[in-house]
Design a protein around this ligand. Structure first.
Ligand code: GLN
Length: 529
């Protein structure tokens, strides 16, 4: 059995606990340890799938089809490793399991309570990723802030684990915020002291405190945190604001953070090779050509809703030495006029649900096709490209997806057959990785450089292949199909500088050191204009 690092957060949310956990994962992996990461979200949704992106940002999907919090995306990107369903748990999931057991009568007449039944289930789920992956170390991030009512059962479960496991098998890292008073420029440690006090009240004494701050921690701030929070001075770690999240691991290495964590875990801190990572960060700093790409979507006010797409452009830009500047365009604005699309080197329409803004996305896909502007459609972005082609090239008036117009005369996008009789919304989409076969001589085959791919999906609707022949005759080709030939996974227009729509989400699998070929191909086409 491996060891556990528990990461909690204090003072306020949004401090970058996910990036801290992911960075630590990277740093331990770079030392040859096998690592797994888990995120706990203390809300009652069973998974992130039913949540509006405005509430919680992007829904990230694992290869095995779990709809997760966006932090799982950071974990996969920093680790260059696929995670699975057990790497993400919510309170909804914990209670669901316990209540099902209760209904089956498994508790044999006992009163079912938060302690021990909920805490036992939490411990079982927290151990699972280690057991499944055989990793040496599991890093477990507890969402929310210490002091939240929702978080208490988790902290209690972790406190119990510290007592139950041998000494040196658990390490508690607490991330806090150290604000700077603008009038005096002074770092204030009091909020940190309070949040550690709160942690102590539930029986947890952190081993290390990571202090997020705008400026470097002064020796005095380190001394105070050490004294008042009862951790050794060298266990106070600075986590300063940096220009890119990818610089965080290197800065934490500079603080000897991984060596100190390993010391708490009684594990040797072997030498680490950061050459590849430093090379990537160096490329980020050196990017020269600027290229403006427009993203036409519904949630553009909230960048977290598209975090994996943003990161995919960072990876592809670094690989090509280009700085991709993303222009966020609300689809409702395109509905009024496509003028907002001028001066763009390329257009991307991301995934989405629901009717609002859909005509603007269709107009954007149409504009890119007519004007020869590189176009990349992801999931819904592929579907609107198909609708635009049906209406404006095939002349099918009123063509639409049955998601937006159930009575359309031309349902060129329609429900997947297996979706027809589903009533429940949660976890019932076509989710996770599926294989696709890329057509000989197609652009997408050239981009991937191989015939068979596997990509992650999250959708209910798809291209209606009854119309396929007409599309192909008129110049839009289904260049990627499911192996049984039933589903169109990729469409492209060969007679266009770069026009590709994919039914899957390539952004979920782009990594800093392994940028996704479709993003690289798209950015290259945009730079070349
Ligand atoms: N709403 C569309 C569907 O369900 C597209 C989904 C998406 O873009 N992820 O098929």
């Amino acid at each position: 059995m491996g060891k556990f690092i528990f990461i909690t957060g204090g003072v306020l949310s949004g401090l970058g606990k996910g990036v801290l956990a992911a960075s630590l994962g990277y740093l331990l992996k770079a030392r040859g340890y096998k690592v797994t990461l888990q995120k706990i979200d203390p809300y009652l949704n069973v998974d992130a799938g039913t949540m509006n992106p405005y509430e919680h940002g992007e829904v990230f999907v694992t290869a095995d089809g779990k709809e997760c919090d966006l932090d799982i995306g950071h974990y996969e990107r920093f680790l260059h490793q696929d995670l699975s369903a057990s790497n993400y748990i919510t309170t909804g999931q914990v209670y669901w399991n316990v209540i099902q057991r209760e209904r089956r009568g498994d508790y044999l007449g006992k009163t079912v309570q938060i302690i021990p039944h909920i805490t036992e289930e939490i411990k079982r789920l927290v151990r699972k990723p280690l057991e499944e992956s055989g990793a040496d170390i599991a890093i477990v991030e507890v969402g929310g802030t210490v002091g939240d009512i929702e978080g208490l059962p988790y902290l209690e479960a972790m406190r119990q684990m510290r007592d139950e496991l041998p000494r040196g098998d658990t390490c508690f890292v607490h991330l806090t915020y150290v604000p700077v008073l603008s009038t005096t420029g002074e770092l204030k440690t009091k909020p940190t002291q309070h949040s550690v006090k709160e942690l102590r009240e539930v029986g947890i004494q952190p081993d290390l405190i990571v202090a997020r701050s705008h400026i470097p921690l002064t020796p005095d701030a380190r001394r105070k945190i050490s004294l008042f929070c009862d951790v050794p001075r060298e266990h106070v770690i600075e986590d300063r604001d940096l220009p890119s999240i990818y610089e965080v691991p290197l800065a934490l290495e500079g603080e000897s953070f991984p060596a100190k964590v390993l010391d708490v875990l009684s594990l040797p801190s072997r030498p680490a090779d950061h050459n590849a990572w430093e090379g990537f960060v160096g490329k980020l700093r050196r990017r020269s050509d600027t290229v403006r790409i427009g993203i036409v979507g519904k949630y553009v006010e909230l960048r977290d809703a598209y975090i994996s797409i943003i990161e995919s452009f960072v990876h592809a830009g670094a690989a090509l030495g280009a700085r991709v500047e993303l222009s966020w365009i609300p689809s409702a604005e395109v509905e009024e006029s496509t003028d907002v699309l001028r001066d763009l080197a390329g257009i991307l329409v991301p995934g989405g649900f629901g009717e609002r803004g859909i005509e603007g996305k269709i107009a954007a896909a149409n504009h890119a096709r007519e004007e020869g502007i590189p176009y990349f459609g992801i999931c819904l972005g592929m579907q609107v490209a198909v609708i635009a082609f049906a209406r404006h090239v095939l002349g099918l008036r009123g063509a639409n997806s049955t998601e937006f117009d159930p009575d359309t005369p031309h349902p060129v996008i329609d429900l997947l057959p297996e979706q027809r009789h589903l009533r429940e919304k949660g976890g019932t989409m076509r989710l996770g990785a599926y294989p696709a076969v890329l057509a000989e001589g197609s652009r997408v085959r050239e981009i991937y450089g191989k015939e068979e791919i596997a990509e992650r999906h999250r959708h209910r609707y798809e291209f209606n292949t009854d119309y396929l022949e007409r599309f192909e005759r008129a110049g839009m080709r289904a260049s990627g199909l499911s192996p049984d030939g039933r589903l169109a996974e990729v469409v492209e227009i060969p007679d266009h500088p770069w026009y590709i729509g994919v039914q899957f989400h390539p952004e979920y699998t782009s990594r800093p050191l392994r940028p996704h070929p479709l993003f690289v191909g798209f950015v290259r086409a945009c730079v070349g204009r």
